[in-house]
Ligand binder design. Structure first.
Ligand code: HEM
Ligand code: HEM
Length: 156
């Protein structure tokens, strides 16, 4: 027995991923802002640190980061599912490969967190290094993603 997904859902579902990723692009800059505040707090002198700690940047960054991690995984796996449903195959091109790379980078950077919390400098380097590069790839994903989106729209 086969189950056919209605055409409207097949077409509509292609717009979910671009919308979600645009939102996450914005969210990642908010995470970056909070991350920079964590660093400032860590490096500040006693008086300034007292003030900065009130901003609760560590907790806020951890929360925003967790949401980012969960949604980026869903968004990536979801896009592959939707692409497969609509085309019967995946397009093994730069957008797919870079997307899988980005997903791996956030997963690995997050695994550094318990060690960062113990003050491990290498873990901090891994976290910040991976995430900064991930943001660069994200900007490039936005460009290739919009190209794919325009192609989909032109075929409607
Ligand atoms: C979206 C991209 C992300 C960027 C650009 C980013 C950036 C940063 C930066 C700059 C710091 C400060 C490091 C320092 O003190 O010098 C930091 C710390 C931290 N990040 Fe991220 N981060 C990102 C994602 C995440 C995610 C996904 C998680 C976890 C789910 C996370 C959890 C943490 C925690 C808990 C700390 C504080 C660790 C500590 O010193 O106790 N971050 N991050
Ligand atoms: C920032 C803006 C982005 C836009 C506008 C965009 C747009 C698109 C579009 C239109 C598709 C075709 C399939 C579909 O609509 O579901 C697609 C596929 C895909 N996207 Fe994105 N994307 C963006 C960012 C990202 C990011 C950040 C990732 C990963 C972290 C990613 C990973 C993927 C993957 C894995 C596919 C499936 C490709 C395939 O299997 O052929 N995209 N994207």
């Amino acid at each position: 027995m086969s189950f056919e997904i209605p055409e409207s859902i097949k077409i509509g579902s292609q717009f979910l991923h671009p919308l979600l990723m645009m939102f996450l692009f914005g969210l990642s800059f908010y995470a970056l802002y909070l991350g920079i505040k964590i660093k400032r707090t860590r490096q500040a002198d006693k008086e300034t640190r007292k003030e900065l700690i009130k901003g609760n940047f560590k907790e806020r960054h951890y929360q925003v980061g967790s949401i980012f991690l969960a949604l980026v995984v869903l968004g990536t796996v979801g896009a592959m599912t939707v692409t497969y449903i609509n085309n019967g195959k995946l397009f093994v091109g730069p957008h797919l490969i870079a997307g899988l790379g980005m997903m791996s980078m956030v997963a690995i950077s997050t695994s550094a967190v318990p060690y960062m919390q113990k003050g491990n400098k290498f873990a901090r380097l891994v976290h910040v290094g991976l995430n900064m590069n991930m943001l660069l790839i994200f900007a490039w994903q936005a460009v290739t993603g919009i190209q794919i989106l325009l192609k989909i729209i032109s075929k409607l």
